[in-house]
Design a protein around this ligand. Structure first.
Ligand SMILES: [Zn+2]
Length: 334
């Protein structure tokens, strides 16, 4: 219900042309546009077609979370298993200049369907920012990477649903910064009721990293999380450089590749969709209610080498996707 209202209320945004919503992703239409593919990424129409095999060949449920008004074939979509319950969630493509995660998911769908066939409920939102992906932008509404200059906003910004950082008795922000952000965060909250997140993987890249990657660990077992430790082992085995210690450029301490605290030593509260999935309390229609309370939320941040070494980046993210079963069982029953 909440989803239908959000999509119906979707308006055009910023500098993006006025577009038309369409439930179906039509590869031939997207192929006609000058999509960015020079780094080796799978073109938008093709990658959406690959994800769609989850529904057409495996019986998963596909939904359009947000369709860009007046542009055929550009939509934020989800795929989920028909069976519900405590679930594995996989998010990727929040930032359009970080294509390795979506490409790794598209080339390793069998790892997801095998785990689903074993009975594990799964929700996948593999390309959360398709409009930025096809342009190699970071944000959905502008080519400018610096949000302070260009007014860019994240599709995963959840501050309007999260408690403020002081008393926690009101939302951290008055409203969502953009229509796809409103649609995506509302959708996630809604679906988390039917598919409570046990393990969330959000696959990012760090475009600016020169020293190596790292992961963020949030949830009820942020410190010493076995899934986080396994992901570090998997990434290391691919040869992608990781940071074992020191601090991020945001001042957070890295411990053996893992960041589980903010720069003050407290829980990570970055206002993202990852914090939303880990949150024990959220605001819905002005009321504070129980949040999705995920046991484990891991954000993978591998180096993007300024857009080069695409195959290595996809292999690193792919190693995580290939082992979702092991990761799931590493926190099983806790
Ligand atoms: Zn990112």
């Amino acid at each position: 219900m909440r989803i239908a209202i959000t999509i119906a209320a979707a308006l055009c945004i910023g500098t993006v042309p006025v577009l038309r919503a369409d439930d179906s992703v039509a590869p031939q239409v997207a192929a006609a546009t000058a999509d960015y593919t020079t780094d080796g990424r799978i073109q938008l129409g093709e990658i959406m077609g690959r994800f769609d095999a989850l529904s057409t060949e495996h019986g998963w449920i596909s939904e359009t979370i947000y369709g860009y008004p007046d542009t055929q074939g550009i939509a934020i979509k989800s795929w989920r298993t028909p069976h519900r319950g405590e679930a594995l969630w996989i998010l990727s493509g929040i930032h359009g200049e970080e294509p390795a995660g979506p490409n790794a998911i598209a080339t390793n769908l069998a790892s997801l369907t095998q785990l689903a066939d074993a009975g594990v409920p799964i929700v996948v939102i593999p390309l959360a920012n398709p409009n930025a992906y096809r342009h190699n932008w970071r944000y959905p509404n502008t080519a400018e990477r610096d949000w302070k200059k260009g007014g860019g906003y994240s599709v995963g910004d959840a501050e309007h649903l999260l408690p403020d950082l002081d008393a926690g008795d009101q939302p951290r922000a008055a409203k969502a910064p953009g229509p796809e952000t409103a649609a995506l965060t509302q959708y996630v909250l809604h679906l988390a009721e039917q598919y409570p997140p046990r393990l969330v993987l959000d696959l990012h890249e760090d475009e600016l990293s020169k020293e190596g990657g790292y992961i963020y660990s949030q949830g009820r077992q942020a410190d010493d999380n076995p899934a986080g430790a396994e992901i570090i082992r998997l990434l290391q085995a691919t040869g992608i450089p990781l940071r074992q210690s020191g601090k991020t450029r945001f001042g957070e301490t890295i411990v053996q590749g893992v960041i589980s605290r903010d720069d003050q030593g407290g829980p990570i509260r970055d206002g993202s969709i990852d914090e939303l999935l880990a949150a024990t309390a959220v605001f819905v229609d002005g009321r504070k209610v129980r949040g999705p309370s995920a046991h484990t939320v891991i954000v993978v941040e591998t180096p993007a080498f300024e857009g080069s070494k695409f195959d290595l980046r996809v292999a690193a993210q792919g190693a995580v996707v290939q082992h979702v079963g092991d990761l799931w069982h590493s926190i099983d029953g806790k």
